[in-house]
Design a protein around this ligand. Sequence first.
Ligand SMILES: [Zn+2]
Ligand SMILES: [Zn+2]
Length: 440
Amino acid sequence: MAASLPETQRAVCFHPPAYDIRVESVPIPRIVHPDDAIVKINLAGLCGSDLHIYRGHEGVSEVAICGHELVGEVVALGASFSADAIDRPELYSTLKIGDKVVSPFTVSCGECQFCRLGATCRCVHSTLFGIPVLPGGQAQYARIPKAGGTLYSLSSLQSHSYSGRTIDISSITDSSLILLADILPTGVFAALQVLQHPKLSPMLTGTPYPSSSFLPYSHAPLKAQASTPLQSSDRLLSIAVIGLGPVGVCATVALLDMLASLAKDRGLRFQVIAIDLVESRRRKMEAVYATIDKDGKGSGQFRVATVDEGVDLVREWTGGTGCNAIVEVVGNASALRLAYQLVRPFGVISSVGVHQEPPIPFTGREVYDKNVSFDFGRCPVRATFPLALDILLKRQDVFGGAGKEADLIDRVVRLDDAPEWYRVFDKGECGKVLFDPWLR
Ligand SMILES: [Zn+2]
Ligand SMILES: [Zn+2]
């Protein structure tokens, strides 16, 4: 099944060893496996992770078509896509030519044990888009392996409702939908990893550890006799977000949305500090916070801070105890060290930054002495899609537009100008940039 496609396309190519981006004419990909789909790309994202390859940190030694964030429409499907594809992910029997799709930044089959359990980032077929073995999305067309498991179809969704408000999904722009490819699910995942952690459950349930979360017995435990009852000040949840690039902003927006909901449903009290070294990023975060309505941010305290201000504020807000949880969205040793400094004993650090430097900046003894829990690693994007889409639709005030102060997308540019935008983005002189591969 395929529309007739031209022979060649324009694509952003990385040439090793580093800092060499060229826009070149390359063959249009074809179906090579029955599970493949070919997608005509409407928009492709430029992401902080693209810079790891650009700077030569990933050791990519061959020419590669860059990019791992794309939204587009299906133009060809392999033979596996048919009405009688039973016992396979539903898109094998429902996806059609012309359907609007978003691809997560890694392949996930939807059929292995990791995928079935929701750990789609560790699918046995997992491959990152934008490396030599799997050409990426900064092009006019891309081949999507295991497409029935990997892709998310937006054409099959009509509308979504929240407390009395219905949103027509077809009205959402591509520049908004592309946030689903990576950065918004990653932000949602970073926030969920702390709020779902058993170490935070005493604050959420009002019950001390270990009865605050799952116990392997059905009978009630014996009386603890150990302490005075939890006080309301014990249940005040303090969380710091470190790093306010596009993923950090997504993580903060998702975290506030979840905290607001918990405050409404369970009377939770919270305070959040969002920290970054860069002034323009702090300003963006402040503009985003000012735009969000009460429903999406609750009435907890919220402050945007430099590192020094953040350290002082955490001390002041928590009486020197530290934060219950840290969301670390930078991915380097100094950010991790700051996370360790700010977290309280028996606290949690959720780290979604891609760490390049070999050493972890604390000793086993330091970790032991603070009982710190760590969650590291890549977001299971495909599994997180429905939650991320929910927040994307709800928060169109932040995730819907492009170019304004509180918009997450900075601008949409020509694919042919990619070399210049890689340079500008690498210097931190622009926010989130999208390539329109059809803009002349
Ligand atoms: Zn990305
Ligand atoms: Zn899988």
